[in-house]
Design a protein around this ligand. Sequence first.
Ligand code: PLP
Length: 359
Amino acid sequence: MVVSDRVLMGPGPCNPYPEATEGLTRPMLGHLDPEFIQILDETCDRLRTVWATGNAVTLPVSGTGSAGMEAAFVNTVGPGDTVTVGVNGLFGERMCDVADRCGAEVIRVDGTWGQPLDPSALLSAHPSPKVIALVHAETSTGVRNDVAAVAAGKGDALLLADCVTSLGGIPVAIDEWGVDIAYSGTQKCLGVSPGLAPLTIGARAWERRIARPQSWYLDLGMIGDYTAGATRKYHHTAPIAMIASLHAALGALLEEGLEASWARHAQCGALLQEGLEKLGLELWATEGSRLPQLTTVVIPEGVDDGAIRRTLLQRYGIEIGGGVGPWAGKLWRIGCMGHTARIRNVTLLLAALGELLGR
Ligand SMILES: *Cc1c(COP(=O)(O)O)cnc(C)c1O
């Protein structure tokens, strides 16, 4: 058996909460067993609390965060629909591709990577889009986009937000902000293995959803009614172990308290960012829009990206991520998400990095 005790400080997955691992190893239940249905219902309730929403349609989609993205688009966007997408990183680009495959007329609003999107540019790009979409926490750049400001000006449009890296790590308030459709992933700040995509859809979006989406698997109309007490029918076999794991992790998160979790992420992010600057490294994302849970830092001139990351992994068991797209080889991306967001991990990484860089 391979035993590893990695400190996962890349852009995801993070280290799962111990409760999440316990949940994964529970004795198997059938997917229509009343005990499992109860776990599923409780999971949806816990998700409503974490999303800060009363949305009836709030569920863990079977699949990773990208499945959540696809479910969000395919159920609300059809051929010819106009969709405005804000792009200031890899995941905004992915949204354009997904919307395009739904047959949408995509209005792409490009921002600068490393800087937040301008809400007014998004809002003025088209007079009456069906959907306005943006990424809350751009994991490719470490930047926070102002979802609340865009939602406040959405008018008749539906507001679709990618909250894969934000949920659990920084405040997300679906109902208060007026977000109509949002999805997340389990392996970022929720502290679970990759495999599920928590999704929530409000009444406005549900009424305007596509009657017969182009995806069979992700057709939310068929997956059905997730309100408590609704009768479950077979659509596909739920990933029982993953749902049990998410259930347990959400229990731990809510026991800690959402605000306490945000504060822990904020504290670790601040400590990390201060420490990196003390090592003489340059933070890349624009000040004021930096995510605590994902820090981007410029790789100094003459430093071998691959060698540093390999040695961090082999000598200290610490994983960090590299840059993506145009920033491959130029940036490190350091995650402090979920169970990984602990002061001890930050201290260990800073010491290790200081030693390897000779600073
Ligand atoms: C990780 C991530 C995704 C994709 O999630 P997968 O679980 O890799 O499919 C989408 N959006 C953002 C912002 C992400 O960080």
